[in-house]
Design a binder for this molecule. Sequence first.
Ligand code: URA
Length: 216
Amino acid sequence: MVVINYPHDLLAEVRQRVAGRKLTGFTPGQGLLHPDLMLVGEAPGRHEEVHNIPFSGASGKELMKMVASIGYSRQTIYITSVVRQRPYSVKRVKDRQSGKIITKKPNRTPTKGEVLAFAKLFDWELGQVDPKIIVPLGNTALQRLLGPQANIGELHGQLITRPIQKATADGQGYQWTTDSYKLFPMYHPAAVLYRRKLEPTVKDDWRRLGTLLQHK
Ligand code: URA
């Protein structure tokens, strides 16, 4: 199992592009190289920022249950997300106990520009990891790979073999790869935490992925 070591030039480029944005920490992707599965989330949350382990917070616990249900673990897959720093917003709220106005920095969804700023780093990581199947978790990861029209509600729970988006050489946009990749999109585990009704669907999707891997 490895914690990925990103090239300095790509890191420097990202740092320059995101300067001044509300992004903090840096959680590298980690796991097995050349695995059956590469799980791709959105961005680290507060728990990940502190512990530096992708998907180690509340969503991560949900996710790991699903991973275990098909016989895999953190050690036998690779886990990352399309943005490697925690996006936050700044909120001034009244503290319940003291009544004082305090500043909070809750997690937020990364913007399209932030996803693009990390695109070359992600492309490099995908090349190193070289998984059999990419599992985009939720719309942010799915749209990064399959474009803005892709929708998790339509594409979850099925194997898709298609070219994916990669950053252009100047890093200002995306282009389609000439090769096709295998993807199996899933709902983001946080969606299940907010909408318990989704749980049977998500369990069924993971069961399908498990069956597919048994016949690979
Ligand atoms: N959500 C993500 O997309 N990635 C994490 O690592 C944690 C929460």
